[in-house]
Design a protein around this ligand. Structure first.
Ligand SMILES: [Zn+2]
Length: 468
């Protein structure tokens, strides 16, 4: 009896009521007509296009004169709108720093919804504070029981000694053998990605990378104790946050130690981006095919002159979480720290240099810091910040779509708009190729050909962020 129920549930691909309430297009054949298409490859936007989706896949895309709308298709005239690939965002979290004290609450209700509403159809979590919760949420979304993007679940953090008091949810690895065992355990449980953290030792990182790679899985890191160059040599696949976390430029850095007292930040503030050591490091990362994940959204929260959480996103917050965020921001405004203004500007410059040198730049939004990064809204903001960093809107969109798909090894299925690819699409009012802010006007988000009502999902989480 129980077994047959489980089998029936597993076969039930149809979304449940919790999901159905947000679906506005569920026809098996859908035609989007009169649209501007930004395909995610960096190619110029094309106007007067028709996209036909069938059974969750893009069947055809092209000029209206060349694409026939099949009989029986649900046709949506999307004049004035732009269609882009669903975003593939690689430093997301299902947790949020509610309450401070280094404790992170799982946002299993609000964040999956917000990510999808914001246009994210695939995401990688860049660290996990809730173990099985992230895996179960991923599964619930796949089974149609919850609204959200497809999730590449990262296992709980791989960290070394030195942080247990600051972030008690993070395990301290004892040694390389422990690192290998932890990777094996979480891979067996279904984690498909790993994240090394600030105090990991080179020996543990080496063991973790070996075990993950043996299983065809990737390892990223928010590093400090291990330099970027050391991590690249050990075979790491990706470096989170980019260069402002690189401890490579700290003089007299001791192996396996995260330099204390803001030494890394000071070394980056003093750094000349055009100097030989910087160019050499970038060349080394490109040569070893190490990706960089841009997370400008969390960095800008430390800069008083940057805009804060937009009004709509403030409404999404639990009143207590909002008060706490606003108090911290007010403190920041009273005594602005110019360090982060310099770091943000330098990080932007270095990310552009890395991409120009042929590096794979990907993007994520990291909803941590002091709570000023709100999922969904943040993903749209990330695109604006890449443009602020010097990328064209088309390049920024490529970073947030095709580049992410490439990193995940899924570019044959997702990340751009082309016949045969999965129908993961964002429909926005306006033209982000000339005005990147238009990404904020998401109307519909298609995931595997099913169209979700973005504003309705956003409305469903009012007052929830910080609570659950
Ligand atoms: Zn993070």
């Amino acid at each position: 009896m129980l077994a047959s129920l489980i089998t029936a549930a597993a076969l039930l691909a149809q979304p449940g009521q919790a999901v159905r309430q947000f679906i506005s297009v569920s026809d098996s054949i859908v035609a989007l007509t009169n649209v501007r298409v930004i395909d995610g490859t960096g190619a110029p936007a094309r106007t007067d296009q028709t996209i036909v989706m069938r059974g969750g896949v893009i069947q055809s895309v092209g000029a209206a004169s060349q694409v026939t709308v099949p009989a029986g298709a649900r046709t949506l005239d999307l004049a004035g709108r732009t269609v882009m690939p669903g975003y593939v965002m690689l430093h997301e979290h299902l947790f949020y720093p509610s309450g401070g004290g280094g404790v992170y609450n799982e946002q299993g209700y609000s964040f999956p919804r917000l990510y999808l509403a914001g246009g994210v159809t695939t995401m990688r979590t860049g660290g996990n504070m809730a173990g099985y919760a992230d895996l179960n949420i991923k599964k619930a979304i796949e089974e149609g029981a919850m609204v959200g993007p497809s999730i590449d679940v990262t296992a709980p953090y791989l960290n070394g000694p030195g942080l247990s008091a600051a972030i008690p949810q993070v395990k301290t690895l004892r040694d390389a053998d422990d690192a290998r065992k932890m990777v094996a355990y979480w891979a067996d449980e279904g984690a498909t990605s790993f994240k090394a953290y600030m105090h990991i030792t080179q020996a543990s990182l080496r063991a973790a990378v070996e075990e993950a790679h043996r299983r065809g899985l990737k390892v990223t890191g928010h590093l400090c104790s291990v330099t970027f160059r050391e991590a690249a040599t050990l075979g790491i696949d990706d470096l989170e946050h980019g260069f402002v976390t690189a401890s490579d430029f700290v003089t007299n850095k001791k192996p396996d130690e995260c330099p204390a007292g803001g030494a890394v930040q000071r070394s980056i503030v003093a750094l000349d981006p055009n100097s030989a050591p910087v160019r050499d490091l970038i060349a080394e990362l490109v040569r070893r095919r190490v990706a960089i994940t841009s997370t400008l959204t969390v960095f800008e929260t430390f800069v008083a002159s940057q805009p804060g959480v937009p009004a709509k996103a403030l409404d999404a917050m639990l009143p207590e979480a909002r008060r706490q965020y606003e108090q911290t921001r007010a403190t920041l405004a009273r005594s602005p720290d110019s360090t982060w203004a310099v770091l943000l500007r330098k990080e932007m410059q270095l990310e552009k240099m890395f991409a120009d040198a042929g590096g794979l730049l990907v993007v994520g939004t990291d909803p941590t810091g002091f709570g000023g990064v709100i999922a969904g809204y943040s993903n749209q903001r990330a695109l604006e910040l890449l443009v602020q960093a010097g990328f064209t809107p088309l390049e920024a969109i490529k970073v947030a779509t095709l580049n992410g798909a490439k990193y995940l090894g899924r570019e044959a299925r997702i990340g751009s708009i082309a016949a045969g690819k999965q129908a993961d699409l964002v429909v926005v009012r306006g033209d982000p190729s000339t005005r990147i802010e238009d990404v904020q006007n998401a109307e519909l988000v298609f995931k595997q050909g099913v169209g979700y009502d973005s504003p309705k999902i956003f409305d469903s989480v009012k007052g929830r962020v910080g609570l659950h």
